[in-house]
Design a protein around this ligand. Structure first.
Ligand code: ZN
Length: 374
């Protein structure tokens, strides 16, 4: 079964909601038609000429990228310019291009989490380096026939509901009586058609992050015994977990300079690194940010990080880091974001399979960033 561009956009927004993107970042559908149908998708870091040509060759009709195709506003689509020629090429070939940029940078489980995972660093107790917002929370109330509450509680917890700080499976449950009358064309789990039924039910209440809403409700419906599930969702005036740029990770045992550098070279798609270690020998508090992390040097130093791993550091970033006594490892913008791109491909592929779509999801051939080094 093919999928609509609109459905793919919804699945992407479950992972990385547009609302958490940094101000002015043009995330979402950049080129295309939400009501079109596609059966092949390509995931890539950049919507560049190489990606567009590869999508055309592989007959992918939709491209999902991290970096937006149109970042600065276009006043014309002039094919003599680099941006105009890409937009025209995409439109002429009926391609739909969607970008999850800073919304995927800041979301929990986004770019920096995937970089940490690729480097074998623990993210369980990681904190955000620069907070840009917090997850929005909802209250869920669902009515469950007595005896089925543990199964529902377990399904909700596994889908991501009921998490308060380091406590999972948080709910409040009260007993009561539910009433309903099944219509002639129903198949009731309890009761008979046309008769008023009174059932001992549990009112089970819990909280959930808005980003997990679709998955949690779909799992709730899958595990609830009733044909029609009665539930309510309420907005809450509460701050959820912090989200933002970069991560700060404390290691139980420090890594030596050689160990840390070797992990970067072995686990990331790069064979060149720049670094400034300020005479440090071991690293225990590690800050990292996929992409371009120069703006996070002060945040990392203020939080006593030993090192910041990122890409695109400038000369003046180096001078700031030296003054603040924090080491830098520059593994490249491209290499530090690729783990996130690979994750996007896996996420989308599994999501579409789970939803019953027979859609191919390709990862763009991950060639090096394009620099040559001597
Ligand atoms: Zn980037």
């Amino acid at each position: 079964m093919k999928v609509s561009v609109n459905a793919v956009m919804k699945y992407m927004e479950e992972l990385a909601p547009l609302s958490v993107a940094l101000p002015g970042d043009p995330v979402g559908l950049q080129v295309g038609n939400p009501s079109s149908i596609v059966d092949s998708i390509m995931v890539a870091l950049d919507p560049d000429l190489e990606t567009i040509e590869e999508a055309i060759k592989k007959k992918a009709q939709m491209i999902i990228t991290h970096h937006p195709l149109i970042y600065n506003k276009l006043s014309s689509i002039n094919e003599a310019g680099p941006r105009g020629s890409l937009v025209a090429r995409a439109i002429r070939n009926n391609l739909h291009i969607y970008s999850a940029h800073t919304n995927f940078d800041v979301t929990r489980g986004g770019v920096s989490y995937r970089l940490a995972e690729a480097l074998g660093l623990p993210v369980k107790n990681a904190s955000v380096l620069e907070v840009t917002g917090s997850e929005q929370l909802l209250k869920l109330v669902v009515f469950v026939p007595k005896g089925h509450e543990d199964r529902i509680l377990d399904a909700l917890a596994r889908a991501g509901a009921g998490q308060i700080g380091r406590y999972s499976h948080c709910t409040f449950q009260t007993m009561g009586t539910g009433t309903f009358m099944p219509a002639a064309d129903t198949n009731p789990f309890i009761g008979s058609k046309g008769e008023l039924e009174k059932v001992s039910e549990i009112r089970l209440e819990t909280i959930l992050p808005v980003t997990r809403r679709k998955t949690i409700i779909s799992d709730l419906i899958k595990h609830h015994p009733y044909e029609e599930v009665a539930y309510d969702l309420y907005p809450l005036d509460l701050e959820g977990d912090e989200i933002g740029l970069g991560l700060l990770i404390d290691l139980e045992e420090e890594l030596s300079f050689d160990q840390l550098i070797n992990r970067c070279l072995t686990n990331l798609s790069t064979n060149t690194l720049r670094y400034s270690i300020n005479d440090r020998e071991g690293f225990r508090r590690i800050a990292l940010c996929g992409g371009s992390g120069g703006s996070l040097i002060e945040h990392a130093a203020r939080q006593n990080a030993d090192v910041l791993i990122s890409g695109d550091f400038r000369y003046h970033d180096l001078k700031d880091a030296q003054a603040l006594n924090i080491a830098l490892i520059d593994a490249g913008h491209h290499a530090t974001e690729l783990p996130g791109v690979k994750y996007l491909k896996d996420y989308l592929q599994h999501k579409l399979e789970d939803e019953g779509y027979g859609v191919e999801v390709h990862l763009q051939a991950l060639t090096p960033a394009g620099w040559s080094c001597t």
